[in-house]
Write a protein that binds this ligand. Sequence first.
Ligand code: ZN
Length: 220
Amino acid sequence: MAEQKKIIRVLVLSDQVNAILYSPDILPRFENVDLVLSCGDLPFPYLEYVLTVLNVPMLYVPGNHDRAMHTFDGRTIEAPEGAINIDARLITLRLPHVRPLTIAGFGGSMYYGGTSNQYTDWQMRRRIASIEPRLLWTRITTRRGIDVLVTHAPPYGIHDGLDRCHQGFRSFLSFLRRYRPSHHFHGHVHPAYGYDVAPKMYHGTQIRNVYGYEVLEISI
Ligand SMILES: [Zn+2]
C-alpha cells in the first residue's frame, strides 16, 4: 500500500485572471498541484482551461458577478465544465495517497440590491443551517472540524470593507468557531481597495484573501 501524504499542494484562484495560468506555461510551473479551489468571479472558460491542463480536481463557489455566459457560437455556459460546485455544500474529497478531505463552500456576497448570488447575513445563516446535519455528522465521525472552508466573501471584520457589497458575513465567524477549519480561503476583496488583506488567524483558522492565485501547502 502506498504511503499516505501529509501535505497537499493547493492552487487557489479568485477574482482575477492570471496570464501565466491561462497559457501553456501553467504546466511546468503548477504540475505538482494536487487540487484547485476557486473562490469565484472568474470566467468559466478560464477555469475550464486550468482544470483541463492540470487534470486534478477543481472545486469552486460562484462569486457575486458569476452568471451564465453566452459564447460567440451561440452556446450558453452555465458553469465551468468538469469542476465541482460546492456552493452551500460539504463534500468529502478523496485524493490519491491522502486521507479524505472535508471541504465546505458558500458563494456570493452580501446583498447590495442585485438579483443573484447576493445574500443577507440571515440568508447566509440559513444556507449554512441547510448543511448543518452533515457538518455535525462529519465533526462526530472524523473527531475534528472540517478541513477547508471556501467562500467568495470574507467573514465580518476580517479583510472586509465598510460598504455593503464588501462587508463580510457574521455567519462565517460562527461557522469558523463551530467547525474549526484549518484554512478559510475567500476572494472578493481586491488589494487595490486598500483594506488590510494580510492572512489572519481566527480561532485556529488561517484566513486568506486570494486575488489572482496562490499556491499553498496544507498539512493534513
Ligand atoms: Zn466579488
